[in-house]
Design a protein around this ligand. Structure first.
Ligand SMILES: Cc1ncc(CO)c(N)n1
Length: 220
């Protein structure tokens, strides 16, 4: 088993609470309240800013050029591809650049992103990439699973789902997985694994809480 497969298997309940969250199911069948999606989009803009910082930290924590280049490529992809895409999706949902700029981070966004940054600051590149892996790999899994289950033509969230199910994002996730697995092969020890499993489980729970916060905001 690769490191990622092992982490996911050992955090099966947390992983399911994230990738099979009520928010995700409602995206898939189109029943998600629009207010929940808008709240999610605003928080995800703020999330992506912190996510970029985390990959900046991964460049710093990378000991070798190959690790630094892999982290720098992801940093570039977030800043110059995913962010533009996100702002365009927001515009289609009536959220302007000013709305996004003015928004304040909710507790779930702060908790998740600062948890990841702290894991990276305290630990090494393997800790940081482990804490980051549920983000990228999880969204790729969600996009692929929803597409496999079938998304109706008139599902308002179809474009979002297709973005994460599409080959560009699937490739980013595959390469994040491969980098983590390679680093795991080099550095993993039994004691290390226990720490990594804790980080992975916590990050998966914090992803589920991120979905839940958007549902809660819409229910207020
Ligand atoms: C909260 C969250 N997790 C993961 C991703 C994937 O990039 C995202 N955009 N937002």
């Amino acid at each position: 088993m690769t490191l990622f497969e092992r982490l996911k298997a050992d955090a099966a309940a947390e992983w399911r609470s994230y990738v099979d969250h009520a928010f995700v199911r409602a995206l898939g069948d189109g029943s998600l309240p629009e207010a929940a999606f808008r709240s999610y989009l605003v928080q995800d803009y703020l999330f992506l800013i912190q996510f970029a910082r985390a990959y900046g930290l991964a460049v710093y924590k990378g000991g070798r050029l190959s690790d630094m280049r892999a982290a720098a490529a992801t940093l570039h992809a977030i800043l110059d591809v995913e962010m533009d895409l996100h702002v365009r999706v927001c515009a289609r949902w009536g959220l302007t650049a000013d709305d996004l700029e003015a928004a304040e981070e909710g507790g779930a966004c702060v908790a998740y992103t600062r948890f990841v940054l702290d894991a990276g600051l305290q630990g090494d590149l393997l800790d940081l990439l482990t804490a980051l892996s549920p983000c990228v790999v999880g969204y790729a899994e969600i996009g692929a699973a929803l597409t496999r289950a079938g998304v109706a033509d008139d599902n308002p969230y179809r474009a979002w789902i297709e973005e994460y199910a599409g080959p560009a994002y699937q490739e980013i996730a595959e390469s994040a997985r491969a980098t983590l697995d390679r680093l795991g092969e080099e550095r993993l020890t039994p004691t290390r694994y226990v720490e990594l499993a804790k980080l992975f489980g916590a990050a998966s729970r914090l992803e589920a809480a991120f979905w839940q916060a958007a549902l809660n905001a819409a229910a207020d």
